[in-house]
Design a protein around this ligand. Structure first.
Ligand SMILES: CC(C)(COP(=O)(O)OP(=O)(O)OC[C@H]1O[C@@H](n2cnc3c(N)ncnc32)[C@H](O)[C@@H]1OP(=O)(O)O)[C@@H](O)C(=O)NCCC(=O)NCCS
Length: 193
C-alpha cells in the first residue's frame, strides 16, 4: 500500500457524490438520524457492537468519529440520501492489512431505507476509494452466517466467497460462524468495464 495515498485520503475524509447519495463526515447534528436505527436490535444483530441505549451513546460515537477524522485516521463515512438530505447509514473501512495491501469494509443501513440498492451504491464508492485512490489490491468482508442480505450485497458487488471460518467467533455471548468474502482490484476493474 502506498502510504502517501493512504494519508492523502484520510487526512481530510473526502466527500463523495453518487447518483442518489452523498458520502461525507458525520456531525453531531446527525445524531437523531443515526440513533433511529443504531438503537435497534434488528440492525446490530450481526454486528460486533450493541444497540445504542440512548442518544448520548450516539453522540459519543459521533464525537469518536470526529476525533478520528481530525487525526487523519480512517473512520466511517455517513451515507446521506440526497432526496431527503438525511443520514441513512454508514460505511467505510473497518481495518487495513498494510503487509498484504488489503482492507476490510463494513456497512450499516437504516432498515427503513433497505431494499433500494442504496448500500450497494455506497459501498461501490468506497471500493473506488480502496482501489483507485488508496491502491489496495484486495478488499475483504467478514459476514456472519445468518446475514443473508449482507451476503447478497457482497455477491451483487462481485465479491467472491472465500471460506467459512474454522472457529466460531463469540459475539455478544453467541457463537457465530463467519463467512469470508473478497474482491481483488483486478476483478473489480474487469467488472467496471
Ligand atoms: C446489509 C445491508 C446493508 C443490506 O441492505 P440492502 O438494502 O439489502 O442493500 P442495498 O441497499 O444494496 O439494496 C439491495 C436490495 O435492494 C434491491 N434493489 C432495489 N433497487 C435496487 C437498485 N437500484 N440497485 C440495487 N439493488 C436494488 C435489491 O434487489 C436488493 O434486494 P434483495 O437483497 O432482496 O435482492 C442491511 O441489511 C443492513 O444494514 N443490515 C444490518 C447491518 C449489517 O448486518 N451490516 C453488514 C455486516 S457484515
Amino acid at each position: 500500500m502506498n502510504n502517501m495515498n493512504f494519508r492523502r485520503v484520510f487526512r481530510d475524509l473526502p466527500q463523495i457524490e453518487t447518483d442518489r447519495l452523498t458520502l461525507k463526515k458525520i456531525s453531531v447534528s446527525d445524531a437523531e438520524d443515526l440513533y433511529s436505527y443504531a438503537s435497534l436490535n434488528s440492525v446490530t444483530r450481526f454486528l460486533l457492537w450493541s444497540p445504542h441505549l440512548n442518544i448520548e451513546d450516539t453522540r459519543g460515537y459521533i464525537e469518536f468519529l470526529n476525533r478520528q477524522y481530525k487525526k487523519g485516521n480512517y473512520a466511517d463515512w455517513g451515507v446521506f440520501l440526497k432526496s431527503e438530505g438525511r443520514l441513512i447509514g454508514t460505511t467505510g473501512f473497518a481495518d487495513f492489512d498494510f503487509e498484504n495491501n488489503s482492507g476490510e469494509v463494513g456497512y450499516v443501513l437504516n432498515p427503513a431505507y433497505q431494499g433500494n440498492g442504496y448500500m450497494s451504491e455506497a459501498v461501490s464508492a468506497v471500493l473506488s476509494v480502496a482501489f483507485d485512490r488508496i491502491g489496495l489490491e484486495r478488499v475483504n468482508l467478514r459476514i456472519m452466517e445468518e446475514n443473508k442480505p449482507s451476503m447478497r450485497l457482497a455477491c451483487r458487488l462481485g465479491f467472491d466467497f472465500i471460506k467459512v471460518g474454522e472457529e466460531p467467533l463469540n459475539v455478544k455471548g453467541e457463537d457465530r460462524i463467519i463467512h469470508y468474502y473478497s474482491l481483488t482490484k483486478e476483478k473489480w476493474k474487469n467488472l467496471a468495464v
